[in-house]
Design a binder for this molecule. Structure first.
Ligand code: TEU
Ligand code: CA
Length: 534
């Protein structure tokens, strides 16, 4: 069986601070805003808050480009506000993990400013420089991963040119990172979500990208020669001295390689986010494609089999990089939004693996329809516009059709707290979804309370945490039926991923312990979800 750990039993709620709640009317969500809305999070019964970057940043990538690691972004508040937030979270009986973004920094970080200033600057070797452009590696955000600096040399950036990659082979860089980690841990932070952490080690022979990885270079970028040495070193140097949780973003890690990051005997990370479930609707070119329920079920079974009892999984369907779950895996038409939001909540909170809920999913928030490039904020979408429409063959209609399915901006619109919006008294930094008059925290209490009920059930039932997972009908086109079993306790979960009324025999004598319909008997109705205790 599994070793018991608090973070295996925890439910995590992700806050994207810019879009959560604005406390001072400048239009940008901030740390005081999180304190003011802490009851909303606490009311769900979650255990841990994951805070997306709150650091000083020029915001080329909304904070995933850090200028100063020990400073709170001015738009978010002050270090005092951070300390107060941490105190409030602890007082509410929760924990806080923060984002560790150390594959790259901002190009405005003083290390990079120094590094690029001259060949013999002491910080030169903090980044990855080359006299000639060494290879054809693409940036994840489009365009080449090498940019020539005014001095003539080229530097590596696996993301935006404003996000130069740190040189982890330099021991001084690793010492700096470990110091930053200790700075926040010593404040009482309970761990880290580690941004693209498998990218930190680079193959310095710089081979060209194999042709089959053209549209998914991340599968090369995660295979650097020393990634596991560095993670093990980080674990022994820093993490082991604290009672914390870590979750790495395993973007581009194969199922086969996953255990290397999370097998507890290796002492690297506690958990990683695996990407197959959020890539089920992406084609080989990265664009949207239709998906089927059997494909999604197969992902969960494959992922479950990839780890043994020495590695612990995560469960997530959304974050600040993904569209809204109701629009993507559910049905966001008015008559089905609530039911399908509750069904997806049931899936996320009854699966094996620590569940991660993204802000607004507990309100059943939906995607919006973007019709103009100026309506987007995300640099990834703006780059795609340049590459695909301005300099490529893609029609505007095709561009919007795709982006309305895949855009990261669906998740980044400010939270609608009331029918008036309620996010800010000023001008929001980014427009709210125009449907906020109908879909907001006040109008979505049924969904919110269902999340709370599910979380309470998960906390009360070890089988929902540690129980084995088994898919009972992998090929069924719209029923997802699975069990979670621990000792002699078994839960049977049945989810109807469609509006079709579908015959179903539970074989269980008792009523479901939880359902999103009032009388959960007989055939499964549209987007019905039931949890039985067998
Ligand atoms: O994400 C890694 C990443 O590459 C994803 O953004 C990916 O491109 C996207 O999911 C495609 O659908 C992390 C952060 O989560 C993201 O917000 C940052 O932009 C990125 O790293 C760079 O720091
Ligand atoms: Ca503000």
């Amino acid at each position: 069986g599994y070793v018991k750990r608090w973070w295996k039993e925890a439910v995590v709620y992700q806050v994207y601070p810019r879009s959560f709640y604005d406390s001072n009317g400048d239009g940008i969500g901030d740390l005081r805003g999180i304190i003011e809305k802490l009851d909303h999070i606490k009311g769900l019964g979650v255990d841990v808050i994951w805070l997306s970057p709150h650091f000083d940043s020029p915001n080329a990538d909304n904070g995933y480009d850090i200028r100063e690691y020990r400073k709170v972004g001015a738009e978010f508040g002050t270090m005092q506000d951070f300390d107060d937030l941490l105190t409030a979270i602890k007082a509410a009986g929760m924990r806080l993990i923060i984002d560790l973004v150390v594959n790259h920094t901002s190009d405005e970080h003083e290390w990079f400013v120094e590094s690029r200033s001259s060949y013999n600057n002491p910080k030169r070797d903090y980044y990855i420089w080359s006299e000639h452009k060494p290879n054809d590696w693409p940036s994840i955000f489009g365009g080449p991963a090498w940019t020539q600096s005014p001095g003539g040399d080229w530097y590596l950036h696996l993301f935006d040119p404003k996000q130069p990659d740190l040189n982890w082979d330099n021991p001084e860089v690793r010492v700096e990172v470990y110091d930053i980690m200790r700075f926040w841990l010593d404040k009482g932070v309970d761990g880290f979500r580690m941004d693209v952490i498998p990218f930190i080690s680079k193959d310095k022979t710089f081979p060209n990208l194999p042709e089959d990885l053209r549209a998914k270079p991340q599968y090369l970028y995660t295979t650097g020669p020393h990634v596991h040495d560095y993670l093990h070193e980080m674990n022994t140097e820093v993490l082991q001295q604290y009672d914390v949780m870590t979750v790495g973003e395993a973007f581009g890690v194969t199922l086969q390689d996953t255990p290397k990051f999370v097998d507890e005997r290796r002492q690297e990370l506690d958990m990683v986010f695996q990407f197959a479930a959020v890539e089920v609707d992406r084609g080989p070119d990265g664009r949207w494609k239709p998906w089927t329920l059997p494909q999604l079920k197969a992902v969960f079974t494959r992922q479950d089999k990839a780890l043994d009892h020495h590695g612990w999984p995560t469960m997530f369907l959304s974050n600040h990089d993904n569209p809204r779950i109701v629009s993507r895996y559910g049905d966001d038409r008015p008559e089905w939004r609530e039911k399908s939001a509750m069904l997806l909540a049931t899936l996320i909170l009854t699966m094996k693996g620590t569940p991660f809920i993204y802000q607004g999913d507990e309100l059943g928030l939906t995607n919006r329809t973007f019709t103009h490039i100026d309506q987007f904020n995300d640099l990834w979408t703006k780059n795609a516009w340049q590459d695909e429409v301005e300099n490529g063959p893609c029609s505007e209609a095709d561009f919007f059709a795709n982006q309305n399915k895949v855009s990261r901006d669906h998740a980044r619109m400010p939270m609608p707290w009331t029918a008036q919006g309620g996010f800010t008294t000023g001008q929001a930094w980014f427009a709210l979804n125009p449907n906020f008059t109908e879909i907001n925290a006040e109008s979505s209490q049924t969904i919110y309370r269902f999340y709370a009920d599910l979380i309470a059930l998960r906390h009360a039932e070890p089988a929902l945490v540690y129980g084995d997972y088994s898919d009972l009908a992998p090929a069924h086109p719209h029923l997802f039926t699975y069990t979670r079993t621990l000792g002699d306790t078994t839960f049977l979960i049945c989810l109807n991923f469609s509006v079709e009324i579908t015959a179903f025999e539970s074989g269980v004598e008792s009523e479901p312990v939880l359902s999103n319909y009032a009388s959960p008997f007989g055939p499964m109705r549209g987007w019905e979800a039931r949890i039985y205790k067998v």
